[in-house]
Design a protein around this ligand. Structure first.
Ligand code: NAG
Ligand code: NAG
Ligand code: NAG
Length: 244
């Protein structure tokens, strides 16, 4: 048998390396990805739907959209159509784009609320959401929005969290999926994904993301300005104890 020359060994090594990087891209569990140098304005697309939770959406948008947050970012709402959605708190929010016509979103955002049931019930919407999650550089969920993310099937082997009041229900609903649901966490970062606990915890997760995008001091400044007591430690979750 002919011996491999150094060139073919190099080629084999290269293809193993390429195959390995593709594999690790598919299941990246490292630190939260940095803002790429050439990114320009970060496009944030917040998916909104009927019966979404109002604060799940507006809390994080207060942080991301703050004009003094030192972030080059544009925030837009994305609906299943352009019709205003009625949140679970009656307030109407108007999408600028639809899931099908929105440009690529760098940061894709999924809130929770009782409306997730009909979102998850629609194969068409779930297909579009899955595409948005896949093409995003970062994906963030608040509260039971993590159940929608789980339903995409992309979270195999990932750590996630959700609202502690709904924790067991969400875990039971994702039976058969290999997801490590973290019971005590204000938010969980795993690779490009940040999933937060219930409702107001979304603001802590948003401040965490802002701190990663800019600096800790800058996120602290924003939380001071909006007079919000930021839970800076992801493991500091007083609500986990309420549901033993
Ligand atoms: C996932 O959670 C476990 C604890 O359950 C932890 O040991 C591990 O480091 C976490 N993985 C990532 C990628 O954060
Ligand atoms: C789910 O879809 C079915 C069939 O389209 C419909 O009958 C049912 O009401 C839907 N459930 C929810 C929660 O939207
Ligand atoms: C925080 O705010 C203070 C006062 O508004 C400002 O002087 C300082 O530069 C800010 N720090 C950061 C990191 O943005």
């Amino acid at each position: 048998m002919k011996h491999f020359n150094s060139c073919s060994i190099f080629l084999i090594a290269t293809s193993i390396h390429v195959a390995f990087s593709l594999l690790s891209d598919a299941a990246y569990h490292g630190p939260f990805p940095k803002v790429p140098k050439d990114m320009g304005t970060i496009q944030l697309g917040a998916f909104i739907f009927d019966n979404a939770d109002l604060l799940d959406i507006t809390g994080p948008m207060e942080v991301f959209g703050a004009p003094f947050n030192n972030l080059d970012i544009e925030v837009n709402f994305i609906g299943t159509s352009l019709k205003p959605v009625k949140t679970a708190h009656s307030v109407l929010l108007t999408p600028r784009y639809t899931l099908s016509n929105a440009p690529k979103m760098d940061l894709f955002f999924i809130p929770g609320g009782p409306g997730i049931a009909s979102v998850m019930n629609s194969t068409k919407i779930m297909r579009q959401v899955t595409k948005r999650v896949k093409e995003s550089t970062w994906t963030m969920t608040v509260c039971v929005g993590s159940a929608v993310l789980a339903k995409t099937g992309l979270m195999d082997g990932y750590n996630m969290t959700t609202n502690k009041a709904a924790f067991q229900r969400i875990v039971d609903n994702s039976k058969g999926m290999n997801i490590n649901w973290i019971k005590r966490a204000r938010w969980v970062q795993d690779g490009k994904y940040v999933t937060s606990s219930g409702v107001a915890a979304g603001m802590d997760a948003a401040l965490y993301i802002l701190s990663e995008f800019t600096s800790f001091a800058n996120a602290q400044n924003v939380s001071n300005f909006i007079e919000y007591s930021w839970h800076k430690d992801a493991n500091d979750d007083p609500f986990a104890d309420l549901y033993p």
